[in-house]
Design a protein around this ligand. Structure first.
Ligand code: NAD
Ligand code: PRE
Length: 303
């Protein structure tokens, strides 16, 4: 196997993403040693049982000793608190990164705590499931998925390249963009779809007992897909919406306008309008599939 890219990887937060990175870093030889710290004693106990870290003692100073890559894998809302807690233990030359689904707010939370000589390079792997916790993770989660790096102005190019190598080693394709651009794109491609899923499942639930049981009984695959997404972690998604408020509200405004246009077509019996619209959206789906970007097959990248 090729040389490890980092000597010691420290992961803060061992849920779906943190535990998947730990498993992948070990399986693909991306890090020499792996240390894991989590605020939950229950999670730490499970990490020890699963044997996914070389150091699962749970002591922060010990975990960060000699760490040349530290990845914060907690919910977005606590990134700043975590950065403040780890700052005194970060060593010169180390790379500090994260996996938060929002970048602008995460940068604002973490950057003020980064000591001089430490390279802060935010990241976001576009890979996940509706499950959370250390048992939900798996080593192949990042295979053929994008990992977006959002280095700040003046970031050290060799540190960025080293982090990109790490993600490539564990199977991801890497793209670089600004935090602001990331937040706009993801507001549309990830955050809005989750909001729509939460909403439609909530609407079905509000209809009451009889509809609820019929929803379960007659659930067609389209609706079932929404229920999978709507089962995603409430803490994670509360934090995403509170921390990407502006971009989500902008996309939601445009979405509502387009939905009103469709509503008008239905009311007016505008079959041609509906047909043209659906033809346009079908072409988008087909081009995604043609470019090999469709990873929605039931067992793709999953256990
Ligand atoms: N789940 C996904 O699909 C997905 C995909 C890409 C990125 N992300 C991002 O990754 C991050 C983690 O998501 P996840 O799905 O792994 O969540 P998760 O709920 O599975 O795990 C989060 C872990 O962080 C721990 N934690 C919470 N506060 C902490 C603190 N102060 N110090 C140390 N540990 C703490 C929790 O105990 C938990 O084990 C989030 O920021 C999320 O936005 C998630
Ligand atoms: O497949 C899923 O369950 C996901 O929702 C994963 C998903 C996404 O929207 O694609 C969710 C949030 C993350 O920030 C990245 C990936």
């Amino acid at each position: 196997m090729a040389e490890p890219i980092f000597d010691r990887l420290a992961i803060i937060g061992a849920g779906l993403i943190g535990s998947s990175i730990a498993r992948a870093a070990r399986d693909y030889g991306a890090a020499g040693e792996i240390a894991i710290v989590d605020a939950s004693q229950q999670v730490m106990a499970r990490v020890r049982e699963l044997g996914i870290a070389d150091d699962a003692g749970g002591d922060m100073a010990q975990a960060l000793k000699g760490a040349d890559l530290i990845i914060i894998c907690t919910p977005v809302g606590v990134c700043g608190v975590v950065a403040q807690a780890i700052a005194p233990h970060l060593e010169k030359g180390a790379i500090l990164s994260d996996v938060g689904s929002v970048k602008g707010a995460v940068v604002a939370q973490i950057a003020p705590h980064v000591p001089a000589g430490v390279h802060f390079i935010p990241a976001h792997p576009l890979a996940g499931t509706e499950f959370s916790g250390p048992d939900a993770g798996f080593a192949t989660l990042f295979q053929n998925r994008w990992s977006i790096l959002t280095p700040l102005e003046g970031a050290d190019a060799s540190a960025v390249a080293r982090l990109a190598n790490f993600w490539t080693r564990i199977g991801a394709k890497v793209e670089t963009m600004s935090p602001e651009h990331h937040d706009k794109v993801l507001a549309l491609t990830s955050h809005l779809p989750h909001l729509i899923a939460y909403n439609i499942v909530g609407t079905a639930d509000d209809f009451g007992e009889q509809t609820r049981s019929e929803v379960i009984k007659f659930s067609a695959s389209g609706f079932r897909d929404f229920t999978r997404i709507a089962a995603s972690d409430p803490t994670m998604w509360r934090d995403i919406f509170l921390n990407n408020r502006e971009a989500v509200l902008e996309m939601l405004g445009r979405f509502n306008e387009d939905l009103s246009a469709l509503q008008r077509m239905i009311r007016r019996g505008d079959g041609e309008g509906l047909f043209d619209f659906f033809t346009r959206t079908r072409a988008i789906r087909r081009s995604i599939v043609e470019q090999g970007q469709d990873t929605s097959a039931p067992d793709f990248g999953r256990r």
